[in-house]
Design a binder for this molecule. Structure first.
Ligand code: NDP
Length: 285
């Protein structure tokens, strides 16, 4: 019997736990605060920001969204980040990506204080994850780790194959699994004989962004499949990277798209923001 791992289930549970934690913090006169910076008019980015803001406010996190036009200069953006870095009411800062070409994305991400970097993209947090030290972990891979834990998927000693090596999903999920004692193999667009490698996976994580990248003949019987991909079809329907119906027949656990990894990503943003607010109390004591 295949278990379909719904992120919605765990996300709802975690959000209600976080709401309680925010209440406890408010008794100590602390309200977690999240600042979101968005540049330009991109419809998808604006939608993501709206969803993040609503999710934050629903559990009692104060959110501040700042919108800049597409032709903003780098200095203005850096000044705003520095303002939030110094603002005691803000515990998490995120800059919605992508940014327009005149802005150096790396410089922007490096300006966010690592203690407020709830997206986990600052090189200090990347290094901490690599060293297996506490720090902020990017939301999507952190959500996958929590889901595997919730569904009691054993990771130790397993061969985890990651397809995709982006800084926001592929690389960090491999690092997390390595820290959890899996044996990790990375694949990408230049990988030769992808099928020969994916067939060896006990745990297969796919973050590519192309429908049907993984079909049933590419997996081992009983493998655990985590599908991160999102492709929007002309019909408006969203699909993942995995041919779900046929792969489900062979897998032991599988995430669907939608309702799989997606809902966990925003939940982890809330989680990291609350974590940041709690860390500040410990520092102040
Ligand atoms: P990127 O485009 O940054 O990375 C895609 C990766 O896939 C690259 O490493 C690329 O290789 C690799 N790749 C491309 N084609 C192939 C192929 N044919 N075979 C093997 N590897 C291939 O994407 P992201 O990591 O940002 O996102 C991946 C997907 O996950 C997207 O669909 C995105 O929308 C989705 N996503 C979903 C989230 C959620 O919350 N559910 C959150 C974040 C992303 P190379 O490095 O060689 O170019």
């Amino acid at each position: 019997m295949t278990t379909v791992m719904y992120g919605t289930e765990l996300a709802n549970k975690m959000r209600s736990d976080l709401k309680e934690e925010v209440k406890v913090l408010s008794q100590k006169n602390i309200q977690p605060g999240l600042a979101v910076i968005i540049v330009g008019d991109d419809y998808a980015s604006k939608t993501y920001v709206r969803i993040k803001r609503n999710a934050a406010e629903k559990i009692g996190i104060y959110s501040k969204v700042v919108e800049f036009p597409d032709d903003i200069n780098e200095e203005t953006l850096l000044d705003k980040i520095n303002e939030f870095n110094e603002d005691e009411n803000i515990h998490g800062i995120l800059v919605q990506l992508p940014l327009p070409p005149q802005i150096d994305e790396r410089k922007i991400l490096e300006t966010i204080k690592p203690e407020k970097d709830v997206d986990g993209f600052h090189p200090i947090n990347v290094g901490r994850l690599s060293n297996n030290q506490p720090g902020f972990i990017p939301c999507t891979p952190l959500g996958i780790e929590k889901m595997l834990g919730y569904y009691e998927v054993e990771v130790t000693g397993k061969h985890a194959v990651i397809v995709g090596r982006s800084n926001i999903v592929g690389k960090p999920i491999g690092q997390i699994l390595l820290n959890n004692d899996a044996t990790v193999t990375y694949c990408h667009s230049k990988t030769k004989n992808l099928k020969e490698i994916t067939k060896q996976a006990d745990l297969l994580i796919i973050a590519v962004g192309q429908a049907n990248t993984i079909t049933a003949n590419m997996i081992k019987e009983g493998a655990v499949i985590v599908d991160v991909g999102n492709t929007y079809l002309e019909s408006g329907k969203v699909v993942g990277d995995v041919a779900f119906d046929e792969v489900k027949e062979k897998a032991s656990f599988i995430t669907p798209v939608p309702k799989g990894v997606g809902p966990m990503t925003i939940t982890m943003l809330l989680y990291n923001t609350v974590l940041s607010a709690k860390a500040r109390i410990t520092e102040d004591q």
